[in-house]
Design a protein around this ligand. Structure first.
Ligand code: GUN
Length: 301
């Protein structure tokens, strides 16, 4: 069997175009242009690339991006003051603080300072709590993108599917499990202390891998016909022998898994592009709510 390849890149491009259309409508009706404040502290090169890609995507969809670059030694109090001014700025509908932050800054304090309705990442404890209690709030971008891909493959109704989420991060694993539970899946969470992970995988109709360990999930762990969503993005160094040279690989051994799965996301070109597209979705939805306008259906989980 050869799995269907889930074209996250293509799906994300279509979604970004639809967001651009909704944003143009919102502007025509209310004069509101959705705006996202993007805050980057320090000079981590990977974060700088992510932030640049986010800003480019915002602008090409006709959304405003307010760019704030702060030096590595920025005091936490200064960062909190900037967030406070963004919270009070009516042109800013969403705020994103790129993570990780420098060590001297307390990330939970910073995330808690963002007004929950402007929390474009859905990382505020209020939004995490809303998701955990099945109420509407802002959903983190990567899990939201994964859910959209799953529904594109399997249809809207995921009720009764056995879903395994590997990884318990607050950015991906935990909110992903909550979303799948909200979609009436039977959800198992696995993590670094899980025993017999191969057996857990073999039961899963839906497998979400978000652990950050290159090619950890092997083909013979996977249930035949399962839908596999690989959130991993691991750079294999060029001198790493048989694993190849300077490649980007997921948490799933793609070649093996593609022989068994019903559908699978590639790396790159699977989940990655959905994260940025869903950031546009969250910014648009925040702007709609703040302008007292209905949120487009597809921006809701
Ligand atoms: N760093 C890695 N992924 C993310 C993300 O989705 N949002 C933010 N703010 N920082 C990140």
């Amino acid at each position: 069997m050869s799995a269907r390849i889930i074209d996250g890149k293509g799906f994300a491009a279509g979604l970004r175009q639809r967001v651009a259309g909704y944003a143009a409508d919102l502007k025509a009706r209310t004069g509101t242009v959705p705006g996202l404040a993007v805050i980057l502290v320090g000079d981590d090169p990977a974060s700088a690339v992510y932030v640049r890609n986010k800003e480019k995507a915002l602008e090409s969809a006709g959304l405003h991006s307010f760019d704030h670059r702060l030096p590595h030694d920025t005091a936490q109090a200064d960062l909190l003051r900037l967030i406070d001014s963004c919270n009070r700025d009516p042109a800013v509908h969403g705020i994103l603080v790129q993570l990780p932050l420098p060590k001297h800054i307390d990330t939970p304090t910073v995330l808690a300072a963002i007004a929950p309705e402007k929390d474009a990442d859905g990382f505020h404890v209020t939004n995490a709590g809303l998701l955990a209690t099945g109420r509407p709030g802002v959903v983190p971008c990567t899990p939201l993108g994964c859910l959209m891909l799953l529904r594109d493959v399997l249809g809207r109704n995921l009720a009764g599917k056995r879903a395994l989420v590997i990884g318990r991060s607050t950015i991906v694993g935990r909110p992903m499990a909550q979303l799948l539970l909200g979609a009436d899946c039977t959800v198992t969470m696995a993590h670094s202390r899980t025993r017999d992970l191969d057996i857990e995988c073999s039961h899963a109709d839906i497998l979400i891998a978000a652990v950050g360990r290159p090619e950890m999930v092997r083909g013979d762990w996977i249930k035949r016909g399962a839908t596999v969503i690989d959130v991993g993005m691991n750079r294999i160094p060029p001198d790493c022998g048989s694993a190849g040279g300077g490649r980007l690989v997921g948490d799933v051994h793609y070649a093996e898994a593609a022989e068994v799965a019903g559908a699978i996301t590639p790396v790159p070109g699977g989940v990655g592009p959905m994260t940025i597209a869903c950031l546009l979705v969250n910014t648009l939805a925040a702007a709609c709510r703040q302008a007292g306008q209905p949120v487009p259906e597809e921006a809701l989980p």
